[in-house]
Design a protein around this ligand. Structure first.
Ligand SMILES: [Zn+2]
Length: 287
């Protein structure tokens, strides 16, 4: 049996130009637009995902921490953190507490924690997993721990001191439309694929079950509409690379029934309950 269950660790609010940048604008202009924004998008969920697989349980991302709700948690010197993000995680909403509530002990019942990338709302729950193997792409880990990581949405000052993850590099083994991959299970049904654009070294987790393929897309897209219309967020470091990633995920949906599970998509519960997959016919793209 293979099962994928979303676990919501609070909400994050961001600016509209963070959620979706304007077509034709490059990465720097998109950042300026984010800082000039005065509106907010509605509160978005912060999802982690539990994968139950015959070879063991895997958790994808660790969500954010209730400490991030405190006023002085995010660095005040940083314009994005000061202006552009509001995290709300209640005590008990952190992923470790929720896993225990589901009967899953984070220290013994998980084969691995996989990080799609190390932004604060994906790596903020690491302190729950001192005894769990942690997997992240080498490129992403190195960036997250650098000064550039601190500028671009990571908080390495809060990473646990014991953190020593397995740093993976992708091999040139194609998986569907993805030119590279990293199989995680022996049966080949849980596979990591590179999905760069939102952050260097960003990865997604593909889970094949008998009925449907799940694409745990992290932040490679914030929701399905943006994916299908090839609309790229404000965070991207390379718009064309982000679009290439979106095209590869869309192409996976053309090849096999694929249910999209990003980290901040409001429609995840509906999509899972109704089994709504990506459209299998060509989609019209925004120009
Ligand atoms: Zn992110």
């Amino acid at each position: 049996m293979i099962r994928v269950t979303p676990i919501q660790t609070g909400t994050v609010s961001i600016r509209p130009h963070h959620h979706c940048g304007e077509a034709g604008k490059g990465p720097i202009r998109r950042k300026i637009d984010m800082l000039l924004d005065e509106d907010w998008v509605e509160d978005l969920p912060i999802y982690t995902y539990l994968i139950e697989h015959p070879e063991g349980n895997f958790l994808v991302d660790s969500g954010d921490t209730a400490e991030n709700t405190a006023k002085d948690y995010l660095p005040a010197w940083h314009p994005f953190f000061r202006h552009g993000v509001i995290v709300k995680v209640a005590p008990g909403e952190e992923v470790g507490d929720q896993l225990r509530g589901m009967g899953v002990d984070p220290s013994v019942d998980l084969k691995a924690l996989i990080l799609t990338h190390m932004h604060h709302d994906h790596a903020g729950g690491l302190h729950h997993f001192p005894h769990t193997p942690i997997i992240v792409a080498r490129e992403n880990f190195l960036l997250a721990n650098s000064w550039k990581g601190r500028i671009f949405g990571c908080l390495p000052q809060y990473f646990p001191r014991w953190l020593d993850p397995t740093l993976i590099e992708f091999s040139d083994r194609p998986f569907g439309p993805f030119p590279q991959s990293y199989p995680l299970t022996k049966d080949g049904n849980v596979v990591l694929v590179p999905t760069p654009g939102h952050m260097r070294g960003h990865l997604s987790v593909i889970v094949r079950s008998p009925d449907v393929t799940y694409c745990l897309a992290g932040d490679s897209t914030y929701d399905e509409r943006f994916l299908l219309e090839e609309l790229v967020d404000g965070v991207t470091y390379d718009v064309e690379l982000s679009k290439q990633t979106l095209r590869q995920i869309t192409a996976l949906g053309q090849q096999e029934p694929t249910l999209l599970l990003p980290a901040h998509d409001l429609r995840v519960p509906e999509r899972l309950s109704k089994g709504l997959c990506l459209p299998r016919k060509p989609v019209r793209r925004a120009t």
